[in-house]
Design a protein around this ligand. Structure first.
Ligand code: SF4
Ligand code: SF4
Length: 96
């Protein structure tokens, strides 16, 4: 199994140098984990190092596709208080 990075990644580079398997690289849009190279840090660390250092919620998925840091898990802000942009509320208040 391998971890994966979502489009929530902000290209902060934090995970790049902590991977013991050199499985992380930068794609044009965001960072990427090579599923064939990722070992989930087995044999090196007790926890996946990219997940330990990533500061962004919803940026990493575990081997089963579950968010490692779900919304609110790092900030403590309840998901119900976060406004997610949609097609209907995306317009700037200055434009209305
Ligand atoms: S889980 Fe470990 S081996 Fe896999 S990408 Fe993250 S740091 Fe690298
Ligand atoms: S640490 Fe998280 S946000 Fe930063 S580059 Fe890696 S996956 Fe992206």
């Amino acid at each position: 199994m391998a971890l994966s990075i979502t489009d929530r990644c902000v290209n902060c580079y934090a995970c790049l140098d902590v991977c013991p398997s050199n499985a992380i690289s930068q794609d044009p849009k965001q960072f990427h984990i090579d599923a064939l190279a990722c070992t989930e840090c087995t044999g090196h660390y007790a926890d996946p190092q990219c997940a330990s250092i990533c500061p962004v919620e919803r940026a990493l998925l575990d081997g089963e596709g579950h968010e490692i840091h779900p919304q609110g898990s790092l900030t403590g802000i309840p998901p119900t208080l976060i406004s997610v942009p949609t097609a209907s509320n995306k317009q700037s208040p200055l434009m209305s």
